[in-house]
Design a protein around this ligand. Structure first.
Ligand code: ATP
Length: 313
């Protein structure tokens, strides 16, 4: 039996003038899962989170939190959520502990509960030793951790994290990812945005690939990789700047151009054919080649196939 989703968005849309920042976006976050919105800069991730947590009002579409319509019950819905924005929302002159306790009181905890919960979170975020230091003396990674803690004081069951590991060192990043995994084991649900492929692959149970405000594909990592399953991908390197594959005899009968750059092309071919034959045919194109390789499908290839661009570009 499926539990009620912690968050459901149904055809959410938001425009800025002529720009469709979020375009009919639907997804759900279930208890005990991390749902990742993966997309390049400007894809619409932050706007989606801002809509999902009620910071922005959608032009159209619906949001339910634990089965409740958000805009009919905004207070009750907000109590279930912890939102961690990209920008830090900390008081630099207060200590880490004071910041946590302050946000605990804002969220409605008693002074005593705030203290207990702050102690618990400082421990979990490995910040106990620095609890009394003012935040302005913290490193970037420590500030990110306290910022995360502030949103968790009231023990929300749905947590929204907007690119929480941007710009911090690998150790602080590992620490945050570890902490997030533990929370999920305890049954919370997480909406997580990132433009790091590896992070999405490592962390997320299900992923929605977003670009230009639209979710282009959604599923588990295996399901998304499986979308490449009916094709073999080859990377060919050489000089393609003034070349047009349409002019190469018979080439487009067999291959599809997934991406063409000056020095590299990615092409796909049917799964049925023998890779060795394909390699021979690719080596025969009328261009000076430096390398031809068969590629193992990755999430980046799914992204490439859907958008014609690398996520890393
Ligand atoms: P990033 O990874 O850079 O944070 P993103 O995927 O979160 O990107 P959004 O911040 O949601 O993307 O932006 C989506 C689009 O909407 C972009 O083209 C952005 O320029 C535009 N946009 C966002 N906020 C506004 C605003 N307040 N006014 C006008 N345009 C906006």
């Amino acid at each position: 039996m499926n539990a009620t989703p912690l968050l459901e968005t149904h055809r959410l849309s938001k425009r800025y003038g002529d720009l469709r920042a979020v375009d009919e976006v639907s997804f759900e976050v279930r208890p005990g899962e991390i749902y990742g919105l993966l997309g390049p800069n400007g894809a619409g991730k932050t706007t989606s989170i801002s809509l999902a947590c009620g910071l922005l009002k959608p032009d159209s579409g619906k949001i339910s939190v634990g089965g409740l319509d958000f805009w009919n019950n905004p207070k009750a819905a907000r109590r279930k959520m912890g939102v961690v924005p990209q920008e830090l929302a900390l008081y630099e002159e207060l200590s880490g502990r004071e910041n946590l306790e302050f946000w605990g009181r804002v969220a409605g905890l008693s002074s005593r509960d705030s203290k207990t919960r702050a102690t618990e979170l400082l421990e979990a975020l490995t910040l106990t030793e620095r609890a009394k230091d003012v935040v302005k003396k913290y490193s970037g990674g420590m500030k990110r951790r306290i910022n995360l803690g502030c949103a968790l004081m009231h023990r929300p069951s749905l947590i929204m994290l907007d690119e929480p590991t941007v710009g911090i060192d690998p150790q602080a990043r590992a620490n945050i990812l570890e902490f997030i995994k533990k929370m999920v084991e305890d049954g919370v649900g997480i909406l997580y945005t990132t433009h790091y492929l590896e992070e999405a692959e490592d962390l997320c149970d299900r992923i929605g690939i977003i670009d230009h405000g639209k979710i282009l594909a959604e599923g588990t990592l295996d399901e998304l990789r499986g979308q490449m399953g009916d094709e073999q991908l080859f990377v060919i390197e050489g000089g393609f700047a003034n070349q047009d594959p349409e002019q190469w005899p018979g080439f487009l009968d067999e291959f599809k151009v997934v991406q063409k750059k000056d020095k590299q092309m990615v092409v796909s071919a049917s799964q049925e054919g023998d890779p060795a034959d394909y390699l021979k045919k690719l080596l025969a194109v009328p261009v000076q080649l430096e390398n031809v390789t068969l590629k193992r499908p990755s999430l980046n290839d799914t992204f490439l196939k859907l958008t014609g661009r690398d996520l890393r570009e």
